[in-house]
Write a protein that binds this ligand. Structure first.
Ligand code: ADP
Ligand code: ASP
Ligand code: MG
Length: 427
């Protein structure tokens, strides 16, 4: 068994879906699980639906939902001989949104969010499964909620590995006797109470990795709009090179620091079973891509990872007591409570500074909770730059036009928190 994952960009419209069908047909991968994300930017559009509901009410949500529906219908029409049937198949998912919201008392945003936003994946997979059948492949559609079981931490479900492995093994073995291709949703799971959960934005790569682990897959491929893993994000940098081979260790470090090309939770499960992960281009499917495996490569070029929208949070004791172990453990308990992710940290005698995502709401709650014991100052609008395998030339180039507020060098990794140099007008 092999696992393929197609992200939003690869299924954004009718033409892209045809391309996905062509890739599946021509790569001859044998028995295949195909994990698919919502079409294009549809997840953001579903977020608008839930936010319209919370801010304005059901009618506004319904209007936002109409746009999402029209988008899907517009892309279905050119794909099928009998588009009516496919439209009929996806409508119940859209209707489930309205029936869920009309009975919601708006007390649990995260739970409501998951019931709404997951529909992007249900719709896209119905369309793709139907297209694969139409081009003559023995494909079926699987509701991923039957197999991926999580806890009830909505929007960030934690996988119950024991249950999930058991369900995947039994259900997929039975399905693969009858079908060559099993199409299912990325990003989605099910809580013990039977509600839909999601695994965190961009979580479809992780779904593919869960299937690969549970099925002891021969290999996993994720199909992207880039030739493979590059030495930086092509949306930010020019003159990048493709990295042909990457160790699991290097890949987990890159994604942990925020390389947007793979979700950070993806690497562990496949590393644990030594399953090779191939990052390939859906634009040039014959290209060799990047192979991630246990193989060790000692010579990597400098790799740059940029996280913008960061804040530096300076926390200092009010009574001049040292920031010692008991303070740190308390601070970390509070960070966990508010889901504040520490991207970088440093302490002095009476202060502790972290770099984290600049989420105003979270940071305000954090400030409030810390206020009695600590003074908290937040610097907004920062960028966190990480360079693996850095050299001075690359670092100097990156610092141009920036003020460096914070810098740390380890043997393989340099991190700096920077701000753009403000333009000062002379009188
Ligand atoms: P998906 O369609 O699977 O959701 P994403 O858009 O999330 O794919 O990820 C692919 C994008 O990741 C690329 O278009 C590229 O802009 C970005 N990216 C960031 N860092 C890298 C990198 N080091 N190598 C390649 N792509 C990168
Ligand atoms: N559709 C989800 C998102 O956009 C999950 C994914 O694409 O990986 O976040
Ligand atoms: Mg994505």
């Amino acid at each position: 068994m092999r696992v393929y994952k197609f992200g939003g960009a690869s299924v954004k419209d009718a033409g892209s879906i045809r391309n996905v069908g062509h890739i599946i047909q021509t790569t001859n991968a044998g028995k295949l699980v195909v994990v698919v994300s919502a079409m294009g930017k549809m997840t953001n559009a579903f977020e608008k639906v839930i936010n319209a509901f919370y801010q304005e009410g059901l009618e506004a949500a319904n209007l936002a939902l109409d746009e999402v529906k029209s988008y899907h219908i517009q892309e279905i029409i050119p794909l099928f001989e009998n588009e009516e049937q496919v439209i009929k198949d996806i409508m119940p998912f859209f209707e489930s949104i309205l029936s869920h919201l009309s009975s919601s008392d708006k007390t649990d945003y995260d739970q409501d969010y998951d019931q709404v936003v997951s529909v992007g994946e249900f719709a896209s997979t119905k369309i793709i499964a139907a297209h694969l059948k139409e081009i003559g492949l023995r494909a079926t559609w699987l509701d991923v909620r039957h197999v991926i079981k999580t806890d009830n931490r909505y929007r960030e479900g934690n996988v119950d590995w024991t249950k999930t492995e058991e369900e995947i093994k039994t259900q997929l073995t039975a399905l693969s006797d009858m079908y060559d291709i099993i199409v299912t949703q990325g990003f989605v799971g099910q809580s013990p109470e039977g509600y839909t959960t999601t695994l965190g934005r961009e979580g479809s790569d992780y779904t593919a990795s869960i299937f690969s682990y549970c099925l002891d897959a021969e290999s996993m491929s994720i199909w992207k709009d880039v030739p493979g893993i590059l030495t930086g994000d092509p949306r930010r940098f020019e003159n990048l090179t493709k990295i042909d081979r990457l160790s699991y260790k290097e890949a987990i470090e890159m994604t942990y620091y925020g390389a947007k090309v793979i979700h950070p939770k993806t690497i562990k499960p496949i590393q644990n079973k030594n399953i090779p992960l191939h990052v390939r281009s859906f634009i040039e499917p014959d290209g060799e891509g990047t192979m991630i495996s246990g193989e060790i490569e000692l010579n990597y070029p400098p790799v740059i990872v940029v996280e913008d929208n960061q804040a530096l949070v300076h926390i200092s004791t009010r009574d001049f007591s040292f920031v010692a172990e008991h303070h740190l453990s308390k601070l970390f308990d509070i960070f966990t409570k508010y889901r504040v992710k520490v991207n970088m940290m440093r302490n002095t005698a009476i202060s502790f500074t972290i770099c984290t995502f600049d989420d105003q709401e979270k940071l305000n709650s954090l400030k409030e909770e810390l206020a009695t014991e600590f003074k908290v100052v937040v610097d907004h609008g920062q960028e966190l730059i990480t360079v693996r395998h850095f050299n001075q030339e690359v670092v100097d180039e990156l610092k141009k036009g920036k003020i460096v507020l914070f810098e740390e060098r380890l043997s393989n990794t340099l991190q700096m928190v920077v701000k753009n140099v403000p333009i000062v007008k002379r009188k």
